[in-house]
Design a protein around this ligand. Sequence first.
Ligand SMILES: [Zn+2]
Length: 297
Amino acid sequence: MNRREFVGTALAGTATMLASRAVAATAFAVGPAQVLALSDGHFDMPVTMFLGTPHGLRAQLGDPVQIAANTYAYRANDRTFLFDAGAGTSDFITQAFPTVSKLPDDLNAAGIAPGDVTDIVITHMHPDHIGGLAVGNIPAFPNARIHIAAAEWDFWNAQGFAGSGPEAMRPMIAAVQETSNAVESNVVLHNGSADLGDGVSVMPAPGHTPGHTAIVLDGGREQFIVVGDLTVHEDVHFANPSYGWALDVDGELAVASRRSLLDMISTDGLIMGAAHVSRPGLGRVERDGDGYRFLPL
Ligand SMILES: [Zn+2]
């Protein structure tokens, strides 16, 4: 833990010039690798979406619950990785969630132009994670390979799913398919476990969605794992990994993945990054009784 080098807030000068947003990316070290924590804004979600949580916890969380929208960027030798792509500006997003879609500003402030991004690794295809891949039907990152688990791609793009999936999900499915169509020629499918080079690999973490994927950055003496929506809130899913989340496609499998990854993260001392845990979503995990505790970096 002492080896952790905290770089603190980077790019403060750049951010000051962009006075419209008093926000700067947080740079942190994973061994010799430098990672940027970026923000797409936040969501306000009904507390009832935390399935199975008791009254007392709901009162403590408040209603609605503000959840973060974190993404991460990593510059390797000649590659620039993004881990998830933000919500973007589709009607589906902007009508329901006016407090997101800020990632392009953060990338700009960090000096990352859309054309610089060579690889985008997607944890899963919910619109808040892939909507930013396209603007209308044009790829937002024209030079990027987009790495997605085949199981995830096939689930969302199954023929007829937009008309046959659960009624309440149909607008979301349509938004996912629109984004998929816009970027399809840049998509590279993997089988859930893959080495993407430059220290980046993926491993399966299914349940939240069928092809939900964790991203691991091996920094040598430190490792960083991006867990997507494995844990949505630091005050909910660590102390009791059995609590649910309404957007989990398979709740039981989501709990099993949450338990096994939290076990690995705590045992191996990984730094984790979670999409919706309070900004910047970075921390370590400690065992605590039957559950775990999240220790923000
Ligand atoms: Zn999400």
